[in-house]
Design a protein around this ligand. Structure first.
Ligand SMILES: NC(=O)c1ccc[n+]([C@@H]2O[C@H](COP(=O)([O-])OP(=O)(O)OC[C@H]3O[C@@H](n4cnc5c(N)ncnc54)[C@H](OP(=O)(O)O)[C@@H]3O)[C@@H](O)[C@H]2O)c1
Length: 264
């Protein structure tokens, strides 16, 4: 039986996810949820038919009974979508960034109580997951590190969820704290960037970028740079499809793709 998937959000990622779901024979697009749904039905991008299109999560989930809801929207929208999905007995794959710690804790609790799976990842590109894993390994050998993350100019939150998750992983990968060269004289405020767990983080926002990150380690007489580039949103789709299949077997919430691909 095909896995019935509702896609939440019709932004750049939502549209890409819908296309990717249509291309997988074991997945069935069941509906699309959007703040802007004006019609009752939406044509699928591959021309294979129509699916219900709605603005109200509870109404749409009760009508279509999805197995999995995939959400790429906005930190203000995701909590309501997630709660209604679990209420309707659906599992979740969430890629929205900037989600609060309070929401993530609540989601973890709700999934455990209902025995329903959720996969929440700040980056579904498999290369980015490997990049963060390598950065965690390298963190043991260098006392200084900075992250430069680069995204399109429309990205709402800074720094990116990937940069925060990478920094936390790096800090957890070593015994003592990172050393951060003190800010001596900042002639332009913010020029030295922000800090996460002692790691300086710089956010670049420019048209033409998709999602890119460099982790630079510094030691006496050497630097090590680990870089990942998503040059198109297609890069996130193998991870999203993997998560949709994986979450069907889960009864709890998992954060990050590492466990799904055997890195943790
Ligand atoms: N985890 C990952 O790998 C990954 C990769 C790329 C992006 N992201 C994240 O995924 C999210 C969506 O990215 P995107 O590039 O698709 O962004 P986008 O093109 O701006 O689309 C966001 C969509 O969210 C929906 N939305 C619902 N409530 C909203 C609100 N209050 N304000 C704004 N939008 C709202 C809208 O869809 P409707 O009008 O249909 O409701 C909107 O089109 C972002 O949080 C982004 O950082 C994650």
């Amino acid at each position: 039986m095909a896995i019935k998937v509702v896609v939440s959000g019709t932004g750049k990622m939502g549209r890409q996810v819908l296309e990717a779901v249509c291309a997988e024979p074991d997945l069935e697009p069941a509906a699309v949820l959007s703040r802007l749904a004006a019609e009752e039905y939406l044509s699928l991008p591959d021309g294979s038919g129509l699916v219900p299109f709605g603005t109200d999560p509870a109404g749409l989930f009760n009508r279509t009974r999805p197995d999995v809801v995939v959400d790429f929207t906005n930190a203000e929208r995701t909590p309501a979508v997630a709660h209604e999905a679990l209420e309707a007995g659906a599992r979740l794959v969430i890629g929205t960034s900037g989600l609060s710690e309070a929401f993530l804790k609540e989601l973890e609790r709700e999934c455990r109580e209902r025995k329903l799976g959720a996969v929440v990842a700040s980056n579904f590109a498999l290369g980015a997951v490997v990049m963060a894993h390598l950065a965690k390994i390298a963190a043991r050998f260098f006392d200084h590190a900075e992250i430069i993350e680069m995204h399109d100019e429309g990205k709402v939150d800074s720094p990116s969820g990937t940069a925060i998750a990478t920094a936390r992983k790096m800090a957890a990968g070593r015994e003592g704290p990172f050393q951060r060269a003190p800010v001596q004289r900042e002639t332009i405020e913010g020029a030295r960037g922000g800090a996460v767990d002692g790691i300086t983080v710089h956010s670049v926002r420019l048209p033409g970028l998709v999602a890119h990150q460099e982790v630079i380690f510094g030691g006496p007489g050497e630097t090590l740079t680990i870089r990942h580039d998503s040059s198109s949103r297609e890069s996130f789709m193998p991870g999203v499809i993997l998560a949709i299949r994986d979450v069907m077997e889960r009864q709890d919430a998992v954060f990050g793709l590492e466990r799904l691909i055997g890195l943790e």
